[in-house]
Design a protein. Sequence first.
Length: 302
Amino acid sequence: MIIDMPDTDTREVSKRLIQLREANGVVTVGRVLTLVVCTLDSSEAEDAIDAANDASREHPCRVIVLARGDRNAGTRLDAQIRVGGDAGAAEVIVLRLQGDLVAHESSVVVPFLLPDTPVVAWWPRGAPEFPSKDSVGRLATRRITDATFAPDPQETIKKRRGSYATGDTDLAWSRITYWRALLAAALDEAPFEAVESVTISGLRDEPALDMLAGWLAARLDCPVVRKTGELKVEMRRSTVSISIARPQHGRTATLTRTGEPDQRFALARRETRDCLAEELRHLDADEIYAEALTGIEKVNYE
């Protein structure tokens, strides 16, 4: 069910939500969090809603989507309520802001926050430089950004260290979860020698690789080189070299170890919806993410 409410206000939207609850049995019981999605414009909102709906099947929640319009237009709020099959396991409230409201996003959000549930803020694109200081970010216990779609992804992820606050994370970090698992498993086999050096190559504009390089630099305390080239991670021990490579747009990776047959693993690039669902599983501080950001400073770029 989709209900459009053009040129309205937060009070009217709240009233309509109550009416839906009473008339159609739409309830907020069981919602585990409030997800606030801050989009740059209405055209971006639909992709974000699709990802949030998929994630909500694992984490039932109220989704509040803020779509910024023209700051120079007359002040206006257009709302849309989505429940039932059009909202996955969520209850979606789309708020399209124009004029002065664009600068007061938090004031528009507050009336729709569920009581006694954590708030998560997500910026699919155009995240603020300091998410924790943003008006919406201050309402959230967890703040999710995505450097992948920034104008300069590599520079953006490098700056995350300077803006980091407890509760911050980036979907570039979630995109390497399976890579991290494979690399950790590969190192957990004899010979148990220290890793002497690591080389990571791939697209320059793939911040997930910078996160991977930072994580390895922080964990292994050895020289780590990040360069542009084929998608590959190579770790060298004194007697054994271990590498994982995958075609840039492929779905299967090959693990190569000195003196052993190659192994192949399913390792497709993770979609935004999968990464978002993972980040919503834990709402505490991600200390390993913070450690990986610190590790980026130790990485040598070629």
